[in-house]
Design a protein around this ligand. Structure first.
Ligand code: HEM
Length: 407
């Protein structure tokens, strides 16, 4: 599809290699774009307009008007029946009450207490392949260590078979959402729900609150206990957030490090790693867009959006808007002003951003301590998938070669 066609036919699924050229084209020609696909939706491209949408939750809400289902672009395939995911699918004031339960477990102070545990898990995972001279960095590291951090450190679950099973369901329900038969996906979703309900039942029996799952299970919103249905959705969004986004960011970091020949500089000076992580997150956001619903008629970027219209905030385009970023398409390690929207903004701003930044930095430090001369495997490059407007450009496979460094 040509860039021009995206002005009216921005599709729900977009080829990974078309994401950046399309964003550039829309920013130049059509900053608020209306697509006729999937029942119609707006695409918001400029940084300033996206920030306004994210900060104005009264006019740009999440969830269906009756609060029972998500607002999605594209609509989910019928029959999958994904649950409502609080807090990402609910609006204030209920949204704030969920965040009040979750925030203390993901605050910088709380995460400081997990730093050593995160490092231990990351080292353990890297040491499964660091003597081999080659690996699939996505499959052997990116997709595994964030899931382990979430399960072992945040949730208090140590069973690796359970983790492997949940990772399989999550993979299908994200990467394969528009490829697999809806009936098959519906089956995976039901099994994931049953697993989550079992976890909730176990934790209800506990009298002590030791981790995030316990806090949710024993938590209250609106002066009542959190319901099982709400718990299923909240635990699953934490799993989705915790597993796949950091996985894709890991792949993007290694790809950018190789392409920009930064390995030695980063190894010699670990204080550069947080800057590097931030610039890669800006240029290559793992979640490239999110959906909202207009609650009233609103003027935005010269267009009139009507109450009930769906829209997506296009993080890729916002992060490359020259009105906000100097030389927006350039990789600049020492960029000083980097207020990217990769973690969104407003009330739904990612609750896991500190954990993501911390774990990605530790991953880079420990990887650079153990392997050197990191290259793409001869004749091969990463394989990406685009699996929905909301989450795309995942790094599914990243074959690399390297030299093991002395331990
Ligand atoms: C590089 C890694 C990550 C990226 C790029 C990312 C991105 C995002 C984005 C864009 C949103 C906002 C969605 C919206 O405005 O509609 C979000 C929300 C959220 N993220 Fe993350 N995330 C990351 C890591 C994590 C981690 C590690 C966790 C959990 C441990 C997490 C859990 C959540 C949750 C629960 C929400 C919903 C927040 C709310 O609605 O108030 N994320 N994330």
């Amino acid at each position: 599809m040509s860039a021009e066609e995206y002005e009216t036919h921005f599709p729900p699924l977009i080829a990974p290699e078309e994401v950046f050229p399309t964003a550039r084209h829309l920013l130049r020609t059509c900053p608020v774009t209306h697509s006729e696909i999937d029942g119609g939706f707006w695409v918001i491209n400029r940084y300033e307009d996206n920030l306004r949408v994210l900060q104005d939750w009264r006019n740009f809400a999440v969830g269906s008007p009756d609060g029972t289902s998500s607002i999605r672009v594209p609509y989910d395939p019928p029959g999958v029946n994904r649950p409502l995911f609080p807090p990402i699918d609910v609006n204030p004031p209920l949204h704030r009450q969920f965040r009040e339960i979750i925030n203390p477990y993901l605050s910088p102070q709380a995460l400081a207490g997990h730093r050593a545990g995160f490092r231990r898990i990351i080292i353990d995972q890297i040491e499964t392949f660091d003597r081999d001279g080659h690996c699939d960095l996505a499959g052997q590291l990116g997709k595994v260590f964030p899931a382990r951090l979430t399960f072992e450190e945040l949730f208090g679950i140590d069973d690796s078979d359970e983790l492997t099973q949940v990772r399989k369901w999550i993979r299908s329900l994200t990467y394969d959402l528009y490829r697999e038969e809806p009936a098959v996906l519906g089956g995976f979703q039901r099994r994931l729900n049953d697993w989550t309900l079992d976890l909730i039942a176990q934790r209800r029996k506990k009298t002590t609150v030791e981790n995030l799952i316990d806090a949710l299970v024993h938590g209250t919103v609106e002066g009542r206990p959190v319901t099982d249905a709400e718990l299923v959705g909240t635990i699953q969004i934490l799993i989705l957030g915790g597993f796949s986004t950091t996985a894709d960011a890991t792949g993007n970091l290694i790809i950018n490090m190789i392409e920009h020949r930064l390995e030695q500089e980063l190894r010699d000076d670990h204080s550069l790693i947080p800057l590097f992580v931030e610039e890669v997150l800006r240029l290559d956001p793992p979640i490239t867009a999110r959906a909202r619903r207009c609650t009233h008629d609103v003027e935005l970027g010269g267009e009139t959006l009507r109450a009930g219209d769906r829209l997506i905030v296009n993080f890729v385009a916002a992060n490359r808007d020259e009105a906000e970023f100097d030389h927006p398409d350039e990789f600049e390690l020492h960029r000083t002003r980097n207020r990217h929207l990769t973690f969104s903004g407003g009330v739904h701003r990612c609750v896991g951003s500190t954990m993501a930044r911390m774990s990605l930095s530790i991953m880079m430090e420990e990887l650079l301590r153990r392997i050197g001369d990191i290259q793409f495997a001869p004749g091969q490059r990463e394989k990406r998938v685009s699996f929905s407007v909301g989450v795309w450009r995942a790094v599914d496979y990243l074959p690399i070669t390297f030299t093991p460094l002395p331990r």
